[in-house]
Design a protein around this ligand. Structure first.
Ligand code: GDP
Ligand code: ZN
Length: 373
């Protein structure tokens, strides 16, 4: 496999050259499970694990290799296995809150190290994705607020969103839905399709180019597996519904979370991507809801709470119909969640700093250089 067909480009080449070690080989992560990796290299696929040094020096879960990552490896055991030494800087990444439970020391979910509980930690679920198909369907599942979340996540990740409005065959006039999407899409392309109709998928093909990585979002039942199987053509991948219902499927050697499509282009499809939750920061929230932020700056009082004050631009816009109250409420909810997550993130940083500071003191004491001496 030519590296460029796997997504290799000048960005990664520069990163890799900077390592300046002829023994390293570049490889891309196809899947990861409990610290065991399957990688794609120029010479084919190879299993891998992380070097002891990497583990020792890596405190944050976020810095561990994830599906889609480019890593540097050294093959061992006659090229039947390999050791991962670095993760090359990502061009984009999707993260989620790692489930770290409260107030005590717990093992992290990959059993690699003990972390302090009571805080959330970012975990990368897919890296180096170029384009995300955000799939919505025209049926009961149609939900603009959810679409706003997905757009936010995508902009936050560094990837570009493409909105796919699926199941238009179930809708008498999807045009109205199209316009509703357009109003919040921030310029993202929108493709109305019916995945049941083969010819419809053609409109998505222009995003699928050699070396470009595609990911998919969307709630269950909107048609992601159907779209993926269309993109795969004859080489059908076991769909995630099969994988989820039969976790044993995860251990088969054919299971891939990253596949090269027959026509070129790379597809990442992981349960994590499918279940993605919000993990973002206020900067991106402001970007996506800049209309609301603009309105807020027009309120008569600087400290307007936008509830009952005279001269409140928010209340006026809701009353005269130029601001959709659902959009405003969704903004408030996302703002709350973002603030909550940022607090938790800060809390964790403080704890880590605290730990490394006292850790250093301990060492100094052991060496008889206690700070009081
Ligand atoms: P996923 O959970 O997002 O992967 O959704 P699936 O691809 O499994 O699709 C859920 C159901 O919707 C299946 O029964 C599909 O056959 C059906 N479906 C997918 N796309 C379309 C479409 O464009 N039109 C119609 N009518 N049904 C569709
Ligand atoms: Zn106001």
């Amino acid at each position: 496999m030519i590296l460029e067909h796997l997504g290799w480009n000048t960005h990664f080449q520069t990163e890799f050259d900077a390592l300046n070690n002829k023994d390293f080989t570049p490889a891309r992560v196809i899947r990861e499970e409990k610290g065991r990796y399957l990688l794609a290299t120029e010479a084919g696929e190879i299993s891998a694990e992380i070097s002891g040094n990497f583990r020792y020096n890596t405190a944050n879960l976020k810095d561990y290799p994830s599906v889609g990552d480019w890593v540097s490896i050294k093959p061992i055991n006659n090229n039947t296995h390999s050791i991962i030494y670095h993760v090359l800087h990502r061009t984009s990444c999707f993260t989620r809150k790692a489930p770290v439970s409260g107030g005590r020391k717990v093992r992290d979910i990959q059993n690699r190290k003990v972390v302090l509980g009571g805080s959330t930690e970012e975990q990368v679920i897919a890296a180096n994705v170029d384009t995300v198909f955000i799939v919505m369907s025209c049926d009961d599942n149609f939900n603009l607020r959810r679409l706003e979340r997905y757009l936010l996540l995508t902009y936050n990740s560094g990837a570009s969103p493409v909105i796919v409005l699926n199941k238009i065959d179930l809708c008498e006039d999807y045009h109205e839905l199209f316009l509703e999407i357009e109003a919040i899409a921030m310029g993202a392309d929108i493709h109305p399709i019916s995945a049941l109709d083969k010819s419809n998928i053609e409109s998505l093909n222009s995003y699928i180019r050699i070396g470009k990585t595609i990911g998919l979002f969307g709630s269950s039942g909107v048609g992601k597996s159907t779209i993926i199987n269309r993109l795969l053509g004859n080489e059908q991948l076991p769909t995630s519904s099969v994988r989820e219902s039969d976790s044993k499927g995860r251990h088969t050697t054919t299971w891939r979370e990253l596949v090269v499509l027959p026509k070129g282009g790379i597809l990442i499809d992981t349960p994590g991507m499918r279940e993605l939750q919000l993990w973002t920061d206020s900067e991106h929230l402001e970007f996506q809801f800049s209309d609301i932020e603009d309105l807020m700056s027009q309120c008569k009082f600087n400290d307007c709470s936008h509830s009952s004050e005279p001269g409140c631009a928010i209340q006026e816009s809701i009353a005269n119909g130029t601001l959709d109250i659902d959009r405003y409420e969704n903004y408030l909810l996302l703002q709350y969640e973002t603030a909550y997550l940022e607090d938790r993130r800060r809390e964790k940083e403080v704890k880590l700093l605290h730990r490394s500071y006292y850790g250093k003191q301990h060492k100094l004491m052991r060496n008889g250089i206690g700070l009081n001496k």
